[in-house]
Design a binder for this molecule. Structure first.
Ligand SMILES: [Zn+2]
Length: 118
């Protein structure tokens, strides 16, 4: 060990106690205690094959002595992951919106020309 310490926390979703190894310097540069340590762990409940691959968003609140004061666990659902796929969706939606506005603009310009001609 030396530069790390093993801690345990109760996970309400897996219904188990998990081990975690924390580097001893993890609390360095943290202004406030307890600080939040956030990570994902895989579902570990026995026999529940359907939920085996579920990621669990885990937040440990750790004090200056590296004791775990509080644990929050939450199943990560797909809509929580907004990164890559969603930014693609947003961009394609914006591109569609831009194209629609350009069409609308062209139509207005044509209408204006017709109106000023007559
Ligand atoms: Zn768990």
């Amino acid at each position: 060990m030396g530069d790390s310490i093993r801690r345990q926390y109760n996970c309400a979703i897996c219904g188990k106690q998990h081990d975690i190894v924390l580097p001893l310097n993890i609390s360095r540069d943290k202004g406030n205690f307890p600080f939040a340590h956030v990570f994902l762990h895989k579902m570990e409940r026995d026999g529940n094959i359907e939920e085996k691959d579920i990621d669990i968003l885990t937040t440990l609140y750790i004090d200056a002595d590296l004791a775990i004061r509080h644990v929050e666990v939450k199943k990560l659902v797909k809509s929580d992951i907004i990164f890559k796929n969603d930014s693609k969706n947003i961009i394609s939606r914006l591109m569609e919106e831009i194209a629609r506005l350009q069409e609308e603009n062209a139509r207005l310009v044509r209408a204006l020309k017709t109106a000023t001609k007559g």
